[in-house]
Ligand binder design. Structure first.
Ligand SMILES: [Zn+2]
Length: 206
């Protein structure tokens, strides 16, 4: 009495949950795959100013999703997803914040050694000299202008990302110096592409 139906329903719910989680894994993957890597020329380009009134809402949305989907990522520049604009997203105190046309106005001059990695050069780490405190002139995603001081890890993230807006990346420079070819995608990632369920639910989402 209802037990059987309950079981069937529970099974259906389980199946639905499983499919939803696979779909969301595929969804996340699709966003993370937007990150340009290795020898992609856009990564070395000087990015242009975001004009007044320019609609960058889709860019902001995509950058926010990518950064929240990325487990290790703490910052992302628009050029890393192929948009050559001066826009940066950074996890400041675990919260994703946006910096439009960011410019470092004051460097403390007190440098610290920072071990850095980059989503565009996975697996590469390099020690970079950074200022421990910087003052940044920027607009937030609502295009409100700010001049704010950032310290320590927040200052390091912003210096790394603002470098990207100028086509500079210390991690990328290290990869070029090492002169190793871009690695082949890992087999675990390949398996996920081959999964017929996630491919099917991916295409239904398009
Ligand atoms: Zn980077």
């Amino acid at each position: 009495m209802g037990g059987q139906r309950g079981k069937v329903k529970a099974k259906a719910r389980k199946k639905k949950r499983l499919e939803a989680s696979k779909r969301s894994a595929g969804y996340r993957k699709r966003f993370l795959n937007k990150i340009l890597k290795w020898d992609e020329p856009i990564l070395s380009e000087q990015c242009s100013i975001v004009e007044k009134g320019e609609d960058i809402s889709n860019l902001i949305r995509d950058m926010g999703r990518i950064l929240s989907f990325s487990e290790n990522g703490v910052g992302l520049a628009a050029s890393q997803i192929g948009v050559v604009k001066r826009v940066v997203a950074a996890k400041i105190n675990k919260e994703v914040r946006f910096f439009i046309n960011p410019e470092i106005k004051i460097h403390s001059g007190n440098t610290i050694k920072s071990m850095e990695a980059c989503l565009s050069y996975p697996g590469i780490e390099v020690v970079v000299d950074r200022n421990d405190t910087i003052t940044v002139d920027y607009e937030d995603e609502a295009r409100i202008h700010h001049i704010k001081e950032f310290k320590d890890f927040s200052a390091i993230i912003l210096q790394h990302e603002i470098d990207h807006t100028n086509g500079i990346c210390g991690v990328g420079a290290e990869w070029k110096r090492l002169n190793t070819p871009p690695p082949v995608e890992e087999s675990t990632e390949q398996e996920e592409y081959d999964d017929p369920v996630s491919v099917e639910s991916d295409s239904s989402k398009e």
